[in-house]
Ligand binder design. Structure first.
Ligand SMILES: [Zn+2]
Length: 284
């Protein structure tokens, strides 16, 4: 059986700003933009699937009061009207109610801020990530970038756990990470554990309609420059991680995957270069 090829759009739903040296060892003091990227994946049978949601206005509501306001101060966010995800989907002819699934890479606020905008979506998450978030106190969650106010009220009723899907050995170009989960039972969309940044972070991989393998890696690395240059995050940025040693193992696996000539295209969630590069490639 040949796995269906999936259509893909790589979208930017806002950004935050940081001194580069806070996120990356050897980085500059200069403030740089970290885009909040998310994917629209279209499956021929399962329909419209989002990988994360980026920022939304809900982030401002959730960080209005203290102590949550500290989150907004630490990572000041900008969301231009044309970057609101529901607006971008409308431009593609897709209504919010037409999103059937949202894959949640992990529960940091800049990845789940738009969840409330997609009332019909089943929400795919790892059990490890869900359990980890559910066990956090208000302050503990905040320290790890998690804002429970961003979750829709019926969050628990709409969950689908990746661990309930069949386990799948990864194709050769991703084999450095072992195995994944076959989300739809047709090998089209594979969820791959990427622990360390958060306890249960997942990425997804699929073949696009040009037959190229794409791998959305969430926050397993900040940028392709950091990955290729073997530049791990700073001590300061690592404070929000669940496990620094696991992060390094995941990072090493990604470096092996990135080194394969003609292999998977890795797309980190905050990588400005790969966002611009992907869009330019799609235009030609
Ligand atoms: Zn994160």
């Amino acid at each position: 059986m040949i796995a269906p090829r999936l259509q893909f759009h790589w979208l930017k739903a806002g950004h935050c700003s940081h001194p580069e040296c806070v996120a990356m060892r050897g980085g500059r003091w200069q403030s740089v933009m970290f885009p909040a990227l998310c994917g629209l994946i279209v499956h021929p049978v399962r329909g419209n699937i989002l990988f994360d949601t980026g920022y939304s206005q809900h982030f401002l509501a959730a960080t209005q009061a203290f102590p949550e306001r500290l989150y907004r101060w630490t990572t000041p966010m900008t969301l231009a009207p044309e970057e609101v995800l529901t607006q971008q989907l409308a431009q593609l002819g897709i209504r919010a109610g037409d999103i059937n699934y949202v894959v949640i890479s992990h529960v940091h606020g800049d990845h789940i801020a738009g969840l409330r905008d997609f009332p019909n979506a089943r929400l795919i998450i790892s059990r490890a990530e869900y359990d980890s978030a559910a066990s956090m106190s208000r302050l503990g969650g905040l320290m790890h970038g998690y804002l429970p106010a961003l979750l829709p009220p019926d969050f628990a009723d709409r969950l689908v756990f990746v661990e309930d899907a069949a386990s799948l050995g990864l194709p050769a170009e991703l084999a450095a990470l072992g195995s994944g989960f076959d989300l739809f039972g047709d090998a089209s969309l594979i969820a791959i554990p990427l622990p360390g940044h958060s306890r249960g972070q997942i990425g997804v991989s699929f073949k696009g309609d040009d037959d190229r393998r794409i791998f959305l890696v969430g926050d397993a690395c900040w940028s392709m420059d950091a990955l290729m240059g073997n530049q791990l995050p700073t001590w300061f940025a690592s404070r929000i991680f669940s496990n620094v040693r696991q992060y390094q193992q995941t990072f090493t696996g990604l470096r092996q995957i990135a080194a394969i000539p003609g292999g998977a295209m890795l797309l980190p969630s905050h990588c400005q270069q790969s966002w611009a590069g992907f869009r330019n490639e799609c235009r030609t």
